[in-house]
Design a protein around this ligand. Structure first.
Ligand code: HEC
Length: 204
């Protein structure tokens, strides 16, 4: 998309201090003003530390954050936006309420396109929009509610903000997109073991 391309570079400040050698950073803290003895102690401590361990704990933090986002996405898919009403619990698609909701196992869309579909819905189909301001301006496919007329997608069960849309997209790509048929185990993971929802899928 070309719009805005002409202004893309104006946001970069004329002078960006990239390599200020006077500031030594350790774990993100500037140590410029600390007493020399403290700096020595910190350096000795740092060199004794196993660098691999430090990396591990960083990726543990990243993993924990990724897991949190996926869990949030599941909650949105299951409860808040009730995507599963139309797409089925495993996003394998369903026919009925809302029309023929496509299988997200088989989708050819990339994460950005799935996010846009969730935000804007799909005009002329039963796929609801989830951005409260979709079609108030031209953020969705360059058209407004007035221009869409009867093709306006349905209202959602709940509006979602960008973080929530990102979470549901992460959830779908982590659990459903590109997957084959779901198993009994997948079903129990989705619904928990306290319901009988998965009984029909139980292996004999
Ligand atoms: C009221 C029913 C309904 C709900 C709720 C619903 N969808 Fe849909 N969805 C549909 C229908 C129907 C289609 C098929 C649109 C078409 O024919 O192109 C669809 C299509 C899609 C597509 C496009 C797939 C493709 O390959 O083109 C994605 C992605 C999607 N839905 C994700 C979601 C997510 C995520 C949620 C929850 C935030 C959700 N949907 C909620 C009915 C629904």
């Amino acid at each position: 998309m070309k719009s805005g391309a002409g202004t893309a570079h104006t946001a970069v400040p004329a002078f960006v201090p990239r390599n200020d050698k006077k500031i030594y950073r350790m774990n993100g803290h500037s140590v410029r003003h600390l007493p020399a003895a403290f700096i020595m102690a910190a350096l000795i401590g740092a060199s004794a530390m196993n660098p691999l361990r430090a990396q591990d704990s960083q990726s543990d933090t990243q993993n924990a954050e990724a897991q949190r986002v996926i869990a949030q996405g599941k909650d949105i898919f299951k409860t808040k936006a009730t995507c599963q009403f139309c797409h089925k619990w495993d996003a394998s698609g369903d026919q009925g309420y809302g029309g023929n909701a496509l299988s997200l196992h088989a989708t050819k869309l990339n994460p950005a396109q799935v996010a846009q579909t969730v935000k804007c819905g799909r005009p002329g189909t039963g796929m609801p929009y989830h951005d409260a301001l979709a079609y108030t301006d031209k953020r969705c496919y360059g058209v407004t509610r007035e221009q869409l007329g009867n093709a306006m997608p349905p209202e959602p069960n709940a509006f979602l903000n960008d973080d929530e849309i990102n979470a549901v997209v992460k959830y779908l790509f982590a659990t459903d997109v590109g997957r084959g048929p779901s198993t009994y185990q997948d079903c129990v993971e989705f619904w928990g073991s306290k319901t009988r929802q998965c009984d029909p899928m139980k292996p004999h």
